[in-house]
Write a protein that binds this ligand. Sequence first.
Ligand code: GUN
Length: 295
Amino acid sequence: MAVIIDGKAVAAELRDDIRKEVFALREKTGKAPGLAVVLVGENPASQVYVRMKGKGCEEVGIASYQHLLHAETSQEALLSLINKLNAAPDVNGILVQLPLPAHINESAIINAINPRKDVDGFHPVNVGKVVIGDEDCFSPCTPYGCQVLINRHVKDLKGKHLVVVGRSNIVGKPLANMMVQKNKMANCVVTVCHTAAPDIAYYTRQADVLVVAAGRPDTVRGDMVKEGAVVIDVGVNRVADPADPSKTKLVGDVNFDEVSKVASAITPVPGGVGPLTITMLLANTLKAFKLQNGL
Ligand code: GUN
């Protein structure tokens, strides 16, 4: 039976360290790191994420500035807000919650954020630095959280085969680029597989570390995993609860019951990768504050 990787406990530990550092820097500089979060429209899932980001900031002493804009906000108005936030000295990090309404061009918005304040790590400058392995950048929060959890459970990653299922710009592609780097948090042999693969199991069965970010429940079943693999489930899917069909529940992309009998360690959903994502956002905001203040 696999060890269940407790993302909440790891996140709590990291947040404690972040809080201590934020308070020490506040003593030293008289300033607190600041994060601006921008939400356009009323997407209920996004509203929950934005609230959780505000709470996370409060927990560690980071100032949070929330900009909740109506769904019809024009691209020009959003760009003008981003320009203001780029120039605001008390804003060290800027995050525009995705997805944006259809009339707004997501790339135009991401490209307008000052890369030194892009704590989401989505700006092409940060994406490029992740590919090159230049650590003077922001790693995107979800793959960064996966990397932290993987390193807690695999002591020497050198030469391990890490297989990612999914090629999104938010998880699959950045994680692959991060884990192939020659540094002590990575140094893996990496395979990225996706929906065009005729047989995903051919790849997943080779994984020492398997990360699944496919966006579909049951993408990985028990017979698709090598005995002893470490499995990280990034999926968040709301499905009917088999125990009570009038209710729903959250599941990942991995069939937990089957895979936990084969893997050596596995993240649950919820309580696995999720708590790390916001924690890494807080870590990136602290990093941005230090960079911008020469600390
Ligand atoms: N929507 C889903 N995940 C993310 C994320 O990591 N950052 C932002 N800005 N929006 C998201």
